[in-house]
Design a protein. Sequence first.
Length: 317
Amino acid sequence: MILSQISLYGHKSRRILTGFGYNDHLCKNNIKKEHQVIQYFGTIADDLCLNTLVSAQEAQDLNIEIHQSLDSTNTRLRHILESMDLTSSEYGLVQLVCSDEQTAGRGRMQRKWLSPPGQNTYTSFAFHFPGDLDLSGLSLAVGLSLRRVLVQQTGLDIHVKWPNDVVTSQGKLAGILIEALHQDGAWLVIIGIGVNVNMQPSNDTSTQVAQSVTSLAAETGSTVNRARIIMGLYRTLSGDMLRFLHDGWAGFAQEWKTVDRLAGQTVNVFEGGFSEHTTPWQGVAQGVDHLGRLQVEDTNGQIHAVLSGDVSVRLAF
């Protein structure tokens, strides 16, 4: 099994971090049902309030935290999960955590993810997959789900860039970080998604994240409602992750071919990750294989299967 796009983490028995409370100055109507809740922690902006977008049925199925600020939504979600009894044999979305700001946001290979307040969405979803599911290609499938949501809500021309980016011709629009734990015969998967929604990219922004970036607002010329992005992700991922449980990467492979940013493009492959001090080798991207590995044809015509955990791939301009 190839887990190149996924970080595996160890498990320790630990209670939820204490000291949290909520002061819902703007989101007045916290939704609470038996064992289910939408909670707001801190002062939450109007466009992160989910109450009016959540149906009665969804309110019964959801556990959501919306924070004014966190170090990382993935980290917060891990702390929550470590206190839960997750012995169920059923598939499901266990918990959703969002924050208006991240003070220690990170992407793949521990890269910094710029996470200013009041502009973007930083959301983590925890899914429980029963059985010994092959997670190969999971981050690619999530990228396709994310792309569909953004296209549906903006109409933009958006592509996926192996292994975990969603992009336009102007730069990176969104990124994905997946962490997975296998225990008691099941997978517990945290899917962290950051979307540049209303930030206005600048040269300084691109310098901080070492690549060109863009946002939905910069591309559309108008402000985008962040809560609608989050609920769109919830609804789309819930269905797509069930499909992944049944079909694996094979259920998404054909869709990838139609929106693959790298296909047919000359790419630089940096072994060990991108660095100014690393000399890349060059080839032509030829799509992905049945395990979600990037296929790159070198100058001698040989095809290499590239694992995302080992390399950083950049378009050669």
